[in-house]
Design a protein around this ligand. Structure first.
Ligand code: PXP
Length: 253
């Protein structure tokens, strides 16, 4: 495998909508954030239409597709309601994620092994409509293999546990989690899957993940939007892009 493939940055703008919804109304506008992220070098926009519409709402998805000239990655639970909307919006890609109403954020990957049949039907219907399907999974070989078995084009490896062990400064666990992500990326790529990763990535922890050569895209949201409060979204996106590019060329900070 070539080692000089770039790693794209997908900017998740969900939490701009979280802030908007805290007051109702229309500000701040997640579409404006997506346009700014695009101007700062984002390679794609990711948005999660949750069943409870706690941040992104249906109209945002249509506007993101219409008004932003970047690939749109539509995150959703595998439900008939969401499928109908995704087929209507026609995003570039759909990332299927597990969803639990009481969670604060996506807490883990999909259990593809146990729900193969149900998920296969979503992969089939979305793929037939020309939408690339990604499955958000924990970095485990069995999940990677199950994703391949049901013809997903992409797996997005969950980096949430990696984020937590970095925060807890546990070197042996960081090494272990990084190895799980790296081994799953290698296994998935050798099975013909495109490999993405995301969740909990920050300026401080992104480079060891971006340095995994099989990873072609990182989806990052909460940290970038939070950091935008201090440095502006333009700078936070540019800095993340720089860190990813430097990790790719071996210029680690
Ligand atoms: N990828 C997936 C599948 C997610 O569900 C999320 C969170 O919405 C992200 C990436 C981005 O995670 P974070 O907001 O922690 O950067």
């Amino acid at each position: 495998m070539s080692t000089d493939e770039p790693c794209r940055l997908g900017v998740n703008i969900d939490h701009v909508a979280t802030l908007r919804n805290a007051r109702g109304g229309v500000m701040p506008d997640p579409v404006r954030a997506a346009l700014l992220a695009a101007a700062a070098g984002a390679d794609g926009i990711t948005a999660h239409l949750r069943e409870d519409r706690r941040h992104i709402v249906d109209a945002d998805m249509y506007r993101l597709k219409e008004e932003v000239n970047l690939p749109l990655n539509f995150e959703m639970a595998a439900t008939e309601e969401m499928l109908k909307i995704a087929l209507d919006v026609q995003p570039h890609a759909v990332c299927l994620v597990p969803e639990n109403r009481t969670e604060r954020t996506t807490e883990g990957g999909l259990d593809v092994v146990s729900h193969k049949q149900q998920l296969a039907s979503f992969v089939d219907r979305l793929s037939s409509a020309g939408i690339r399907v990604s499955l958000f999974i924990d970095p485990e070989f069995a999940q990677v293999e199950a994703a391949r078995d049901i013809n997903a084009a992409v797996v997005e490896l969950h980096t949430g546990t990696y984020h937590e062990v970095v925060l807890a400064t546990r070197p042996e666990l960081i090494k272990q989690e990084h190895a799980k992500i790296s081994d799953s990326a290698e296994a998935g790529a050798s099975l013909g899957l495109e490999i993405h990763a995301g969740h909990g990535l920050t300026f401080d922890n992104v480079q060891p993940i971006a340095g995994i050569q099989q990873i072609r895209e990182l989806n990052i949201g909460h940290f970038l939007v939070g950091e935008a409060v201090f440095m502006g979204l333009d700078r936070s996106v540019r800095e993340m892009k720089r860190l990813i590019e430097d990790a790719r060329t071996g210029m680690l900070v």
